[in-house]
Design a binder for this molecule. Structure first.
Ligand code: FES
Length: 164
C-alpha cells in the first residue's frame, strides 16, 4: 500500500460541500482525512489559502482533535482498549503481542508497508467484553474482538493479513 499523492482537487471537492468559510474547518479536514487516511502536510497551506485563514489556525484545529492524524495510518487500524476494565483483565499482554509481531512500539505505531496501525484507546464502550480491541478499515464495518488472549493475536493478524 502506498501513500496517495496529495491533490488540491480533493480539497476543492470537500470545500464545495462545506463552503469556503472558517466555520467549516473541521468537516473539511475530516473530508480530506477520509480520502488520505491522514492529513498530508500539504493540507495546511492549501486549506489556509482557500479559506483565507492562517496555516497556524488549521494546524491548531488538526492537532487539537485526537481524531485527526498527521501521520499516515495503516490499512487496518487496531485500537487496543486500555480502559480500566480491559486493563485489569490484561489488555497490555495483547497490546505487546501485536507490537512484537508487527515490529511496532509506543512511538512507532504504523508498519512501514502501511498495513497496520496499532494504538490504544481509553474505552471502546464494550467493557463487559474485556479485554477488547477494535479493528477499523476503510470500506468495512468496525469489528470488536472480545475476551482476547495473547495467543489469539497471531491468528487474528493472519486473518487480517489475508484481507490485505
Ligand atoms: S474499558 Fe475496554 S471496553 Fe471499556
Amino acid at each position: 500500500m502506498s501513500i496517495a499523492t496529495f491533490d488540491a482537487a480533493v480539497v476543492d471537492d470537500v470545500i464545495k460541500v462545506w463552503g469556503a468559510k472558517p466555520g467549516s474547518i473541521i468537516p473539511i479536514l475530516q473530508g480530506i482525512q477520509e480520502k488520505y487516511n491522514y492529513l498530508p502536510p500539504e493540507t495546511f497551506p492549501c486549506v489556509a489559502k482557500k479559506l483565507g485563514v492562517s496555516e497556524a489556525r488549521i494546524y491548531g484545529v488538526a492537532t487539537f482533535y485526537e481524531n485527526f492524524s498527521l501521520q499516515p495510518k495503516g490499512k487496518f487500524i487496531i485500537k487496543v482498549c486500555d480502559g480500566t476494565a480491559c486493563h485489569v483483565r490484561k489488555s497490555i499482554p495483547n497490546l505487546e503481542k501485536f507490537r512484537s509481531i508487527l515490529g511496532l512500539t509506543e512511538k512507532k505505531v504504523t508498519t512501514d508497508d502501511l498495513s497496520f496501525t496499532v494504538q490504544t484507546v481509553a474505552c471502546l464502550g464494550a467493557c463487559s467484553l474485556a479485554p477488547a480491541f477494535m479493528v477499523q478499515s476503510k470500506g468495512i464495518d468496525d469489528k470488536v474482538y472480545a475476551n482476547v488472549t495473547p495467543d489469539q493475536v497471531p491468528v487474528i493478524l493472519d486473518e487480517l493479513k489475508a484481507k490485505l
